[in-house]
Ligand binder design. Structure first.
Ligand code: ES4
Ligand code: ZN
Length: 341
């Protein structure tokens, strides 16, 4: 069989694998094709330096130099989201796309502070996303979890206020997790100890995760585990630099939510082949493969799986093990896990 046929065959196999996504920012599914119409619909004035059309914006998206360069565009992008319907439309478009990729379970991040600071209430945001998630469960058979992230470039006090405003949604089970994102290096995990403690104390069943080791060193991961009590690490790329940490992640079966295409676009690595995926497999560190901000990084979940296969060429058994690790690391009932495995 030629290499092309082999890859073609693998695409079908990877699509059929029971995939779970643990790392996708709903605001990161907002592409130029939706951004400009929403800006017009909501009368949002984009900054004068912002690219003026889909083509030039896509071109700029292909030139990100690092995380902060991307984030500057990401926060302008989300400024076009105003009405509950905008949040619904955005999330629904993501769920339908992910369903076409063969996704069965989606744990989705959102950044309420990026909306509240513009005068859009958390209720508008959560209602729109929740409605789309319910429709995805009903019409697409995708199980869903909504994870609220705190922006680490904002004061931890602001994070505490955000947690307060989200209390009804944690209580009702509408929001299932707490995460931490945005610029990593200048804002280490210890700043958010109190925020994580507040959620842990009131809602012990809520899942805790944090972005760590994307640009920060392995100590950002260790400190997220020690100080924030997270049970999952988003990215975690730089864990490879600390063998004791790798052993700890393996022992506790702490899931890393990898985002291969994101890591290339934000120049964390030059190529997906540089990711220490074999090392994680050798140490028994579980990981899932995810899209992060698919509209900005040029690929959804299946594109990420295909890129990993193109670079690593894993056998079917290894792929099944990777998928099973994703199911087992999901914040779902044992009954749902059984359905997926
Ligand atoms: C993000 Cl790739 C990444 N890293 C940190 N924060 C983020 N927010 C959205 N995408
Ligand atoms: Zn992310």
């Amino acid at each position: 069989m030629s290499k092309y046929e082999c890859n073609h065959h693998m695409t079908g196999f990877l699509k059929e694998l029971p995939k779970c996504e643990h790392h996708v920012h709903l605001e990161g599914t907002l592409g130029p094709d939706l951004l400009f119409p929403l800006a017009a619909r909501n009368n949002v004035q984009l900054p004068s330096h912002f690219p003026k059309d889909v083509e030039s914006l896509n071109k700029r998206y292909s030139e990100f130099t690092d995380l902060q360069d991307f984030l500057n565009f990401y926060y302008i992008g989300m400024s076009v989201l105003i009405q509950e319907q905008d949040f619904f439309d955005l999330a629904w478009a993501y769920f339908t796309k992910a369903h076409a990729d063969g996704l069965h379970h989606a744990e989705t991040f959102f950044d309420p502070q990026g909306h509240v600071e513009r005068g859009v209430s958390i209720d508008v945001v959560v209602r729109g996303f929740e409605r789309a998630a319910q429709q995805a469960e009903k019409e697409l058979g995708i199980s869903t979890r909504l994870i609220m992230c705190l922006l680490r470039h904002l004061p931890p006090k602001d994070g505490l206020a955000t947690i307060e405003s989200a209390r009804p949604y944690y209580k009702a089970g509408t929001i299932h997790g707490l995460g931490l994102d945005s610029a990593e290096k200048p804002f280490p995990p210890h700043l958010f100890e109190e925020c994580y403690k507040a959620v842990r104390d009131s809602f012990p069943e809520v899942g805790l995760t944090a972005h760590a080791g994307e640009e920060g060193g392995p100590e950002f991961i260790t400190n997220s585990l020690d100080l924030l009590n997270v049970t999952r690490i988003d990215h975690g790329v730089n864990s490879f630099q600390d063998e004791d940490l790798l052993k700890r992640l393996a022992k506790n079966q702490t899931l890393l939510s990898l985002c291969p295409l994101s890591n290339v676009k934000l120049q964390v690595v030059k190529d997906v082949s540089e990711l220490p995926i074999q090392k994680w497999l050798d140490f028994g560190v579980p990981f899932s493969i995810n899209s992060d901000d698919p509209a900005y990084f040029g690929g959804y979940i299946l594109d990420n799986y295909i890129m990993v296969h193109t670079r690593f060429g894993f056998d079917l058994k290894t792929w099944c093990k990777i998928a099973a690790n994703g199911v087992n690391g999901s914040w779902i009932s044992d009954a749902r896990k059984k359905e997926l495995l």
